[in-house]
Design a protein around this ligand. Structure first.
Ligand code: GDP
Ligand code: MG
Length: 737
């Protein structure tokens, strides 16, 4: 035999692949079932009877179509890497559904062994499976195992090595899909065979089935090697598809699926399964579902659970978030008191320490969220949530699983889009997932809230709570409409059928959840951390450089000196040693800090960000934003809460009366450039414009493309600006301003 036999583990999500993989390779990997986790390729090595094995844990899939990235990854891996044998792990307690994937492996004619997993669970439910019978009906070895304890695994590897070592290739299973499709398929495969279309990789018949199934990846491949032939084949498909819709009101892909299920049913009916205790057929899971997915009670319980998750994520994480803030506050103080004044000090404090604080400040939230989701997911409840929400979200081109990212991002005011974008991993279809993660930043995250509150407080003080509620409602409406828009334009495509099964409820294991939570969190730190730190330094530089000309700085120094000179040396000492007690010292300190804030404002005005803000005024004046507002909005790109402090700095500029220490609220209210309509425009703009860059980095990471991050930035900003301009114009037209 070869010095290494290559085995791939395939199966539905939750069938136990990773459990078996860990048992075999001993790798410290997570046991849990967060969809998407195994999209990373997991490989390991082990030995069986002195034979070296290399084992790959494929992503969990229900099917081998091109509906989701998991399915594509699994399929491409099998086709391109040619594992010598595939072990299909099926959940014995859910045999019928699990065999759907197996059936597709058989249709591909792959070297296959069936690992009949979780027979302990099946047994506890009174299900008995006749493995030898199943094996003879399917024509592949079937070995019962318990992946958790390793029972039966030796036998499974024996069978796998026998298949790998056998020289005869297995014949692909030729199912009938009904007369119409069979005839079309025959013609299509004959044409494929004649033209040697992709036959180096795929069997002609299989390619034919994929064409009939309207498989995007295969269609693209054909288009790239032989577009002319592709047109002919598509035309043939079109004819049969139209015919089927006329006669059966069905598309080819659903008819094919039906016939596969028919094949599986016919096998199972031949006495493969016996139910030990017929009266106990209503399993515990079904009983639980009677309550949890009840038409009226279900949504109520779901609301409570989601609210609980939300409170848990953002409420309890406040404590460790506070520790982080204290830690970085302390580091900032330390740097402040030890480093010599100058650009380096400012960069360390405002760029590095604040940047690192920004990265790590999210860590507790992400950890808590993934912890909560892992419990919901592993127990099987998340699938029920998706199931219940599916009909509503479907109307907007999304999926039931989109609800979680929306809630996390601020569906109940005050979430955060960073974990929200990461929570979109639960979605399997790439387009629905993309639409979800591009629209969750429209929600009102916790950082936008203080800004919204400030503007409402300044301009609409009498209806505080109502406006706050409206802001949440409007965010939902816009996010869903934007999703619908994206799904009708650049993300057009059929919505995936709700193939997610409702897996039986299970008690999640503590170890699985902890390792799993940590893995996700660490990924965030590792993948997003460095970039976030880098951008944070760039943003700091933009708001600092080139700084004021020396003559200006000298002018401020002179102002300081002349003020200090007008006070007595004792007062000066009081202020210097920061033990301010006397009336005079208070006055001096106030005047000095006023100069400081004017210097800061002048520096900001002269900085790159300030110049950009000024030059943008020629555009933003259409919405009534002045350059100070622009600077604050640029600062808001670093983090939305920065908007307030930047507005504060920008608006302290040029203040004449030193005694008037008016609050930012009243300063905005009294400013000639501001009025309720402008405020409303700014408010809407802040709600919908570019996500903060941490979110953008996460979008880029999750979509593996900076183009989508750039798109998100542009798309959101254009929408937000259009809304602000419309509001401003409407306000002008109605004479409100
Ligand atoms: P994957 O999605 O196919 O990788 O599935 P996992 O390996 O993550 O397993 C899903 C869940 O099923 C985990 O909680 C496992 O502990 C559990 N599990 C796996 N195999 C068995 C088994 O043979 N018996 C029982 N009772 N549980 C199992
Ligand atoms: Mg897994």
């Amino acid at each position: 035999m070869k010095d290494q036999v290559h085995i791939a583990l395939a199966g539905n999500p939750n069938a136990g692949k990773t459990t078996l993989f860990n048992f075999l390779t001993g790798a410290r990997q997570h046991v849990g079932n967060y969809p998407g986790v195994t999209v990373d390729r997991k490989e390991g090595k082990c030995q069986h009877k002195e034979q070296n094995l290399s084992i790959t844990d494929l992503p969990g899939t229900y099917s081998l179509t091109a509906y989701s990235s998991e399915e594509l990854v699994a399929r491409d891996y099998i086709v391109h890497e040619n594992p010598e044998v595939i072990i299909a792990i099926v959940d014995a307690s859910n045999l019928e559904r699990n065999l759907y994937l197996t059936c597709q492996f058989l249709e591909m004619g792959l070297p296959l062994v069936l690992g009949l997993n979780m027979i302990d669970v099946a047994k506890s439910r009174g299900i008995e499976i006749d493995a030898p019978k199943l094996s003879s009906l399917l024509g592949v070895p079937v070995v019962p195992i318990i992946a958790r304890s390793g029972k039966g695994v030796e036998k499974l590897l024996d069978a796998a090595l026998t298949v790998a070592g056998s020289s005869k290739t297995s014949e692909p299973l030729n199912l009938s899909y009904g007369d119409d499709l069979d005839i079309a398929l025959q013609e299509i495969s004959a044409t494929i065979e004649e033209n040697q279309l992709l036959t180096d990789r795929y069997q002609a018949r299989w390619t034919g089935i994929k064409i009939l199934e309207n498989d995007e990846q295969i269609l693209e491949k054909i288009d790239s090697v032989n577009p002319g032939l592709g047109k002919i084949l598509l035309a043939r498909t079109q004819t049969v598809s139209e015919h089927l819709q006329k006669t059966l009101e069905m598309y080819p892909e659903s008819l094919i699926a039906d016939h596969r299920y028919g094949y599986i049913k016919s096998i199972i009916r031949q006495g493969v399964i016996t139910y030990g205790n017929d009266t106990d057929r209503l399993y515990t899971s079904d009983k639980i579902d009677k309550v949890l997915t009840h038409r009226l009670l279900g949504p109520v319980i779901m609301g409570l659970v989601l609210f609980g998750l939300y409170t848990f994520t953002f409420g309890y994480s406040e404590i460790p978030v506070g520790w982080m803030e204290n830690l970085f506050g302390f580091l900032g103080e330390l740097a402040h008191s030890t480093l010599p004044d100058g650009a380096f000090k400012s960069m360390v404090i405002a760029g590095i320490i604040d940047g690192a604080g920004g990265v790590l400040g999210f860590v507790p939230i992400i950890m808590f969220m993934f912890f909560g989701i892992a419990i919901l997911e592993d127990s099987g409840y998340l699938a029920r949530v998706a199931f219940m929400m599916d009909r509503i979200f479907r109307m907007f081109g999304l999926h039931g699983s989109s609800v979680m990212p929306f809630i996390i991002s601020g569906g109940i005011a005050g979430g955060c889009a960073v974990p929200g974008v990461m929570a979109a991993r639960t979605l399997r279809s790439p387009k629905e997932r993309m639409a979800t993660l591009l629209t969750v930043p429209f929600m009102n995250c916790g950082a936008k809230l203080p800004v919204i509150a400030l503007l409402i407080g300044a301009f609409f003080p009498s209806h505080n709570a109502l406006y706050m509620f409206l802001a949440t409602l409007i965010a939902w409406i816009f996010a869903l409409l934007a999703a619908k828009f994206l799904r009708m334009t650049i993300l057009r495509g059929e919505s995936t059928p709700f193939v997610m099964e409702l897996p039986p409820y299970r008690f999640p294991t503590a170890k699985g959840i902890f390792i799993h939570t940590w893995e996700r969190t660490w990924q965030y730190i590792k993948k997003a951390g460095t970039i976030i730190l880098g951008i944070s330094i760039i943003l700091w530089a933009m708001m600092t450089y080139p700084g004021l000309p020396d003559s200006e700085n000298q002018r401020f120094d002179q102002m300081r000196q002349s003020i200090e000179a007008s006070f007595s040396p004792e007062t000066l000492l009081e202020v210097r040693s920061e033990t301010i007690e006397s009336q005079k010292a208070h006055q001096l300190s106030r005047e000095l800090s006023l100069i400081e804030s004017r210097q800061a404002a002048a520096t900001l005005e002269n900085s790159i960000a300030g110049r950009v803000g000024k030059s943008l005024e020629s555009i933003t004046r259409f919405a009534g934003f002045d350059w100070r507002t622009n600077i604050a909005l640029i600062g808001g790109f670093a983090a939305k809460e920065v908007i307030i402090s930047t507005l504060g700095t920008a608006y302290s500029l040029g203040e004449v009366d030193p005694d008037e220490s008016s609050s930012l609220k009243s300063r905005l209210r009294n400013d000639a450039n501001w009025n309720p309509i402008v405020a409303l425009g700014v408010l809407v703009f802040i709600m919908f414009y570019a996500p903060c860059f941490v979110t953008l980095v996460c979008i880029a990471r999750e979509t593996q493309s900076w183009r989508w991050a750039a798109f998100s930035m542009g798309f959101n900003t254009v929408i937000a600006f259009t809304l602000a301009v419309l509001l401003y114009r409407a306000g002008g037209a109605f004479g409100i301003i």
